[in-house]
Design a protein around this ligand. Structure first.
Ligand code: PLP
Length: 371
């Protein structure tokens, strides 16, 4: 039997490169609280993402929770969002005392179906939290038009969209703010980590205080904040991985193109097409299996892969509006497209170091399931 293939594998710099980067920390003994690595990494991201402000966090989830809190939305306000996402998106809304209202998704790119947003707006609606799922860019123009018309905040969960550009514009630049995750499993990682990107100057101090207990000055605590600071080791990992981001994305592109060459135009298989005017980061490779036409279900394909030592992930299944913790609160039939996709989707292994021979082997197993 061949070696196991996991669904993902973290990108890492050379051991020596990381050691060189963290050497200074042994001289300074300054390990966290916005030290030199934090400052340098933040500045590099502001340049690379072409956005006026970046605030760094210990993880993406707390970044999202904090930026939603910073928008000062009314308690029990309604937030239009998608159920086709990671738990974090919905939880960040609920943990802020807000009510998620689930909008269905587009059947082709799986982002929020912007044509369905307006019918969900009530006098309690205060914000929209869309997700650039798999790195596919949402219909940002239409979402902004609606937000302007109804005076709503827009906070993007851009956890999947680091390095993506739409019409040459960085994915960090849409809406009132965007959150990125730098978790180990993402295209770009700081071990764990996250960031909020935004244009509004007045948010800088608020977000910085919020992630540091609400401490504004040595003798001044202005509000009840939490702790969500990125430490110096995380920032150092970010500085190293950022140097190799272009190579990482180029390798992923080769992997995705190899997948497409095998799986495109196979009856019963739906792939997510490359979006027009989008420079992709090749974050995920989702495949939708139509059991009637393909002859095997998503679960059967996943089992066949597992038998061959290949990991795949039902990403995203279940939908967040069906989680046990929300039992009885939401009607999943309000989002039929999301439900349909979540029952049929499988994301195949995709990471920087995945060899094209392994992609061939994975596709061979998948195509053997075709009946
Ligand atoms: C990874 C992820 C998050 C949370 O990020 P963490 O850094 O793991 O806290 C949020 N939303 C989506 C869509 C994600 O994939």
């Amino acid at each position: 039997m061949n070696n196991k293939i996991l669904v993902t594998r973290s990108s890492m710099p050379d051991y020596e490169e990381y050691c060189e980067e963290i050497k200074e920390l042994w001289d300074s003994h300054w390990l966290t609280n916005m030290g030199v690595k934090h400052q340098k990494f933040q500045a590099e991201l502001e340049t690379m993402l072409d956005v006026p402000h970046v605030t760094l966090y210990t993880n993406g989830h707390l970044a999202l929770e904090n930026v939603i809190a910073a928008m000062n939305l009314p308690r029990n306000g309604e937030v239009i969002t998608t159920p086709f996402t990671f738990a974090s998106t919905t939880h960040a809304i609920v943990r802020n005392g807000l009510i998620p209202v689930f909008c269905d998704i587009d059947p082709v790119d799986f982002t929020m179906d912007a044509s369905k947003i307006e019918s969900l707006i009530t006098d309690k609606t205060c914000a929209i939290v869309p997700v650039h799922v798999y790195g596919n860019i949402c219909n940002v123009e239409e979402i902004q038009r609606i937000a302007d018309k109804y005076d709503l905040k827009v906070i993007y969960d851009a956890a999947h969209a680091f390095g993506v550009k739409y019409n040459g514009v960085s994915s960090a630049c849409f809406g009132d703010a965007s959150m990125f995750s730098f978790h180990a499993t993402k295209v770009f990682n700081t071990i764990e980590g996250g960031a909020v990107c935004f244009k509004e100057d007045s948010l800088v101090q608020l977000l910085n205080d919020m992630k540091n207990f609400g401490i504004h000055g040595p003798e001044s605590v202005e509000f009840v904040g939490g702790n969500a600071k990125m430490n110096e080791f995380q920032a150092s990992m970010g500085l190293c991985n950022l140097r190799h981001l272009d190579e990482a994305i180029a390798s992923r592109k080769n992997v995705v193109e190899r997948y497409r060459s095998h799986l495109e135009n196979v009856e019963g298989i739906q792939l997510s097409p490359v979006q027009k005017n989008v420079e992709s980061n090749y974050a995920y490779f989702p495949v939708i299996f139509d059991e009637k036409k393909f002859g095997s279900s998503r679960n059967e394909v996943m089992a066949a892969l597992a038998e061959n030592g290949i990991g795949a992930r039902k990403y995203f299944y279940p939908l967040t509006n069906t989680f046990e913790c929300f039992h009885g609160q939401y009607d999943v039939n309000q989002t039929p497209v999301a439900l349909h996709i979540s029952k049929r989707v499988l994301t195949l292994p995709l990471y920087e170091e995945l060899s094209l021979e392994d992609v061939d082997r994975i596709c061979e197993v998948v195509l053997k399931c075709k009946k």
